[in-house]
Design a protein around this ligand. Structure first.
Ligand SMILES: Cc1cc2nc3c(=O)[nH]c(=O)nc-3n(C[C@H](O)[C@H](O)[C@H](O)COP(=O)(O)OP(=O)(O)OC[C@H]3O[C@@H](n4cnc5c(N)ncnc54)[C@H](O)[C@@H]3O)c2cc1C
Length: 625
């Protein structure tokens, strides 16, 4: 294949260090060994170091990620990096292209726009676009200043064995091989993880045969900093296209090529790619190719991410298609969930069983990522005539109807997973009138500190936090955790002392009344909350979230704000048609309409629906049945 390599970025080269382990007769025992220095491995090392845990990280490469891989980094990922390496996040925000707005086009027309972060008062934007190599390089820079991390480049690490106390690895380098031991191994070696292979752990799922061409180009056209997605555009008839702005004047263009008859070598010919791009960008647009590649998607996962002392995270545990930007972002969320638990276990603050809750909480997160990423792929490249028909009709309706816009799926973008039905989450006991629930990630708010803007997330420590609203005095001696719990008081907006909710954001977003408290886990998720100070509920919340109690029943919290609830219904509709002949499909549709007619109250409403379906009342913006 002919590859075009990036011109705007030169990969740094990191040397192979000579280390004492190479010449030692004894095998050194490390706290944590990490295989892989991608987003998962680097984030893990930094998060653990922040918590006082040392690690040795092995990368078989001599540099960071090559070419265009992850591009869209989510708010939650950046909030995690802000917590563990604030200087790195400053660089990411300064270099990255911030965007909140997306536009969806169908054929020649703009169908609708969406804004991912309409709320004020957040430190971190909804998304930035930043090439994966910059993301990794900034983390490597931070690691250089971190004495608890020993990052070894050009060192391929191979799992040898594990027993009750340790994991043994063999490290292969050009200066010779050596063995090490570690109390825990984090297998962050990516999709082709050899650890998974050596341990005979099946990696199962679905392969999508559709081919997608990525062309990163530098060009003079100044498209706005928005995500643009086209279904069936005139320049790529019958297929889709995606455009994103990146730093360094680079644009990522993603063109669907189809399945049959795609000759990858031919498609990667730079002249052929330029022809495709001229059809999209116009003959007058001056551009240069920066990086090109063709890829297919796989949605795969291992069943269990925790195998005694070997813990899988990131792509080595699960792989998704890029639609929705859930790969690297999901990997970072794995680490966010795992690092504090591993640190607490190693420090004797929590029982070893806490590590099982990583599987309990992140396994459904992997399923959710795979679910959304597979759904998006099915929507973007429908496999049957009937699914194409439904998809296209939905896009036509979306021009005028909000309900249809919500169902169009050009990639459900990565957001923080909610740990609602987890053994670590306390059940809700009171009524709250806000979007947040126990098991939700924190929602950042801008506050004032000594008159200056300050953010809730920045005020939190890496341990448990108790956030109190209003003037409440806390007797910390009544909080019976084996570790310090950071107490943060937020005053109502009529004082200049401490943290002040000057805009009333906290009051509104947390439905806070004087005396309300929120117990926050070290990964900044809500463990428990209450309306009045209740030491028993706080202590139970901490015990439950660290498994220091036998009360390990799952909470049963129903998400009051499920995102994309209609996706299941759409999926079921398409599946109901699978294997049917045209006549059978038509009959199914007729039956459906008649059954749905039965649920509509009144002839007037029915006529409105009928007219809308018949395209006669396009001013009707939304129908509620
Ligand atoms: C075209 C494309 C676009 C994408 N866009 C996005 C996006 O916009 N947003 C997003 O979130 N994700 C995106 N992704 C996914 C993202 O790139 C991955 O999910 C992410 O890199 C996973 O991180 P990781 O650390 O788990 O694995 P990796 O990044 O694969 O890192 C694993 C590292 O381990 C090393 N390694 C492997 N075996 C060994 C060994 N035995 N010893 C030592 N080192 C080893 C590897 O060389 C590698 O450097 C995209 C992917 C592609 C291909």
């Amino acid at each position: 294949m002919k590859w075009v390599l990036p011109k705007t970025y030169e990969n740094p080269t990191y040397p192979l260090k000579k280390v004492a382990d190479m010449e030692s007769d004894t095998v050194t025992n490390y706290q944590v060994a990490i295989i892989g220095a991608g987003p998962a491995g680097l984030t893990a090392a930094l998060d653990l170091a922040n918590r006082g845990i040392s690690s040795v990280v092995f990368s078989k490469e001599n540099t960071v990620s090559i070419g265009s891989r992850a591009l869209c980094f989510s708010k939650k990922s950046l909030e995690v990096i802000n917590r563990i390496a604030p200087k790195a996040v400053e660089k990411m925000l300064a270099k990255g292209v911030t965007w909140n707005l997306g536009k969806v086009f169908y054929q020649e027309d703009e169908v609708y726009k969406f804004n991912l972060l309409p709320e004020d008062g957040h430190k971190i934007p909804a998304f930035i676009n930043l090439q994966q190599y910059y993301f990794e390089e900034y983390l490597v820079d931070e690691i250089a200043n971190q004495p608890l991390i020993d990052l070894r480049w050009q060192s391929a690490a191979h799992f040898v064995s594990q027993d009750e106390d340790k994991v043994t690895l063999e490290i292969e380098t050009e200066l010779g091989n050596y063995n090490i031991e570690a109390e825990y191994l984090l297998a962050c070696g990516g999709v082709r993880s050899k650890t998974r292979e050596t341990m005979n752990i099946p990696f199962e799922g679905e392969l999508f045969e559709e081919n997608f061409l990525i062309a990163d180009v530098t060009m003079e056209n100044d498209f706005p900093t928005e995500r643009w997605f086209w279904f069936d555009p005139p320049f790529n008839k019958g297929y889709s296209a995606l455009l994103h702005k990146e730093p360094d004047g680079v644009y990522r263009i993603d063109l669907q090529l189809g399945i049959d008859g795609v000759d990858k070598d031919k498609e990667l010919d730079p002249e052929r790619i330029k022809g495709r791009l001229r059809r999209m960008l116009g003959d007058d647009c001056k551009f240069e190719l920066e990086w090109t590649s063709i890829y297919n998607f796989r949605c795969m996962r291992i069943k269990n991410m925790v195998h005694d002392r070997v813990i899988f995270a990131g792509d080595s545990a699960h792989q998704v298609s890029p639609f929705g930007a859930r790969g690297a972002n999901g990997s970072i969320q794995d680490i966010d969930n795992l690092a504090w638990k591993l640190a607490y276990v190693l420090q004797g603050k929590a029982p070893k069983s806490l590590l099982d809750s990583y599987q309990e909480e992140r396994s459904p997160a992997a399923d959710e990522n795979i679910y959304h990423s597979s759904n998006a792929t099915d929507f973007i490249s429908p496999k049957s005539e009937i699914s194409t028909l439904f998809r296209n009709q939905l896009l036509s309706l979306a021009k005028d109807h909000v309900f249809a816009q919500k169902m169009v799926n050009s990639g459900r973008l990565s957001h923080a997973f909610k740990y609602l039905n987890s053994t670590l989450t306390s059940s809700e006991k009171e009524e709250w009138n806000c979007k947040l629930q126990n098991g939700y990630p924190l929602n950042d708010v801008a506050l004032k500190h000594n008159g200056e803007t300050s953010y809730l997330l920045d005020a939190l420590s890496d341990d448990f936090n108790l956030v109190l609203y209003g003037d409440v005095l806390v007797d910390v001696s009544k909080i019976t955790a084996h570790f310090p719990v950071n107490v943060i008081s937020i005053s109502e907006g009529n004082t200049n002392k401490g943290l002040v909710d000057s805009n009333g954001y906290f009051k509104k977003r947390y439905d806070a009344t004087p005396g309300s408290w929120y117990l926050i886990r070290p990964d900044h998720y809500i463990a428990n909350r209450g309306r009045t100070l209740d030491y028993e509920a706080i202590n139970m919340g901490i015990c439950k979230a660290t498994q220091a109690t036998s009360a390990i029943e799952k909470s049963n919290i129903t998400d009051a704000n499920p995102a994309y609830a209609k996706d299941d219904m759409y999926k079921a509709l398409i599946e109901a048609h699978e294997g049917l002949s045209k006549e059978e499909s038509d009959a199914l549709n007729a039956n459906l309409v008649l059954l749905l007619m039965d649920t509509v109250q009144g002839k007037e409403k029915w006529n409105t629906i009928l007219n809308t379906a018949n395209n006669t009342t396009l001013s009707n913006k939304e129908i509620t049945v």
